[in-house]
Design a binder for this molecule. Structure first.
Ligand code: BTN
Length: 241
């Protein structure tokens, strides 16, 4: 894809939204620093200069609006594939899309979509990766870590960006063959930390407790709760280990 590199921006997702109206093909916005990095559920994303990867990939797939959440899962496996290509470490996914190493969050994904009567206009997959950070702000330091802190390896960020994009398009091709997660389910589940573990799901309809079994072809988390299999759909749910 075309690459737009910025020294500083409020949020690469916001910038990509503006550019999506003007650029017809896929493109990638990369920034060294964000002044208003956005996380999921209205949270912020710590985005200091020089140490992280903050980027948003804008794609224009022809598919139903409901499938947008699956692109987040495609992105999550791609981040794991890229990290594992460059570092001698297992990257894991906390469903649906936090990348966790040694129980600490290394990377997060914020997917945004725009649609009209004809379907999806564009999807922006925003990725934040803590690469060479040596420290974190007090409020997140217990939960967050970086690839440097977990592996001792100081990495070239541009190599990791290239690897993420390579694996994203590789996995997107697998996804597009069926238009669902069936071709990527095995890869995704191999990275899923929750599998076989007790999870507590907090969603607007209630709290479920059970054992995570894996995902189905839509990307929903399957949970065995008192002998009944529940499908948990990503969105405003929170999963606690
Ligand atoms: C999360 O809450 O886990 C998602 C974090 C997503 C952060 C990335 S950094 C690049 C892109 N631009 C943003 O403002 N957010 C995403």
């Amino acid at each position: 894809p075309q690459i737009i590199y910025l020294d500083e921006v409020d949020s690469t997702n916001n910038y990509a939204r503006l550019m999506a109206e003007k650029i017809n093909s896929d493109f990638l916005v990369v920034a060294d620093k964000q002044t208003l990095g956005k996380g999921r559920m209205g949270r912020s994303w710590s985005s200091p200069a020089g140490v992280g990867i903050f980027m948003s990939l804008c794609i224009k797939p022809e598919m139903a609006v409901e499938k947008t959440s699956m692109i987040t899962l495609v992105t999550a496996v791609s981040l794991c594939d890229a990290i594992e290509e460059l570092y001698p470490i297992n990257a894991t996914i906390k469903w649906p899309n936090d990348i966790v190493i040694n129980s600490k969050k290394i990377s997060g994904i914020l997917t945004e979509m725009s649609s009209d009567m004809d379907g999806i206009k564009y999807i922006i997959s925003g990725m934040g990766i803590n690469v060479n950070n040596k420290e974190f702000p007090d409020d997140i330091k217990d939960m967050a870590s970086s690839l440097l802190l977990e592996t001792g390896i100081l990495a070239d960020r541009s190599k990791l960006i290239a690897a993420v994009i390579y694996h994203f398009y590789k996995n997107m091709n697998i996804f597009l063959k069926t238009g669902d997660m069936s071709g990527l389910k095995e890869n995704y589940e191999n990275h899923l930390v929750n599998i076989g573990k007790d999870v507590k799901i907090l969603d607007p309809k209630g709290i479920y407790q059970g054992v995570a079994l894996g995902i189905d072809e839509t990307g929903a988390l399957l949970v065995n709760a008192e002998g009944k299999i529940k499908r948990i759909i990503s969105g405003e749910v929170s999963v606690r280990g």
